[in-house]
Design a protein around this ligand. Structure first.
Ligand SMILES: [Zn+2]
Length: 352
């Protein structure tokens, strides 16, 4: 038997051995098993690699033919190992999935999200105000004392300017977290020309925390500036808006009150949305619910901004979005709105 014949016989034997090894590996296929096979055949001292050594024993004429067959064997082994690896990867994935008992074919229960009740309420409100010709305005939550107090006719010694009621930004005495959305009246009036119909929703901040107060809460401010604006216009707008939200059968009433930036000023009540005015626990048997404050814009506010208070008049109103959301959705506790409880929040729809 020539050296070449011996070599070809060896190649044939290794080829057969690899086929047998691959077949038997399938019983316990793993990435490790495939790697062990690779080392056995293609490693530095592997069976296929060592065939190259035996090439040295062949004559110059015999080498090309033997080299070609060895190459074919190497390619065959590589392809075989690759397909074993694909199988091993798939079975490893199966194993890890069954270990965690995750049924990926089960449909999800709650694929659709929901909007936060405050967001829902704000959207409903803005839709109603847009119907009444109002423009939506935005303004800073961190603002200067000037916009939040001074230009709104708050006197230097007004209790609201006290450290106990207002969050001051550290080391900057004149910079605060706005205590109401009324600062937007000043920003808007400095940038726009009358006539104006503006609503401005947003977050506001006060040092307050109990069952009915949170340090952060949402307000919506509205104001109208034009010639010959009267209290009748004011009451008409607020009445129309609340009827759209809570129902046509409910009335509002005004009670005289004081806010520095309006004159005259009033608080406004809505007939109880629960008992429709008959008296119940929610309205403390009065039949009325306090909703917010309003009034005719104080002449000092116009004058401060260089507007002629003889020529222009206007009114402003403000109320809590959170409170309206509680009444509209029948919520018992204001704090529910800010606890981030998924079960509570998922009851609400994805759109108004
Ligand atoms: Zn009631």
């Amino acid at each position: 038997m020539s050296q070449l014949e011996i070599c070809l016989k060896q190649i044939e034997a290794i080829k057969g051995q690899f086929q047998a090894d691959s077949a038997s590996s399938k019983a316990q296929l793993s990435i490790k098993v495939v790697e062990d096979l690779r080392i056995k055949y293609l490693g530095r001292k592997g069976l296929v690699t060592s065939l190259m050594e035996s090439l040295k024993t062949l004559s110059k004429e015999e080498k090309p033919a033997a080299g070609k067959v060895i190459n074919e064997l190497r390619q065959g082994v590589e392809a075989g190992l690759e397909s074993l690896k694909v199988e091993a990867d798939a079975s490893a994935l199966d194993a890890s999935l069954s270990q965690y008992k995750l049924d990926i074919s089960l449909p999800t229960q709650n694929l659709q999200g929901s909007l936060h009740p405050v967001t829902l309420m704000r959207r409903v409100m803005l839709t109603e105000f847009r119907k009444l010709g109002f423009t939506v305005y935005d303004g800073p939550e961190i603002d200067l004392d000037f916009y939040n107090f001074e230009a709104l006719n708050f006197k230097e010694d007004h209790p609201a300017r006290d450290m106990q009621d207002t969050f001051f930004v550290a080391d900057r005495v004149a910079t605060i977290l706005r205590t109401h959305t009324s600062n937007i009246q000043i920003h808007a009036m400095m940038h726009e020309k009358a006539p104006m119909r503006v609503v401005a929703p947003g977050r506001t901040y006060r040092c307050d925390s109990d069952i009915t107060h949170t340090p952060m809460f949402h307000q919506i401010e509205g104001f109208v500036v034009d010639k010959n604006i009267s209290m009748g216009d004011m009451k008409g707008i607020v009445d129309r808006f609340l009827k759209q939200i809570f129902g046509q059968d409910l009335s509002i009433r005004l009670r005289p009150s004081f806010f520095p930036f309006v004159e005259p000023g009033a608080e406004f009540d809505l007939q109880c949305v629960k008992c429709r005015g008959a008296g119940c626990r929610i309205c403390k048997a009065t039949g009325w619910l306090e909703i917010g404050g309003l009034g005719m814009i104080h002449p000092n506010v116009f004058e401060k901004l260089g507007m002629d208070s003889e020529e222009y008049t206007g009114f402003a109103f403000g109320f809590g979005i959170d409170r309206i959301a509680m009444l509209r959705y029948g919520l018992a506790d204001l704090r529910q709105l800010f606890e981030g409880d998924q079960q509570f929040l998922s009851q609400f729809p994805i759109q108004p």
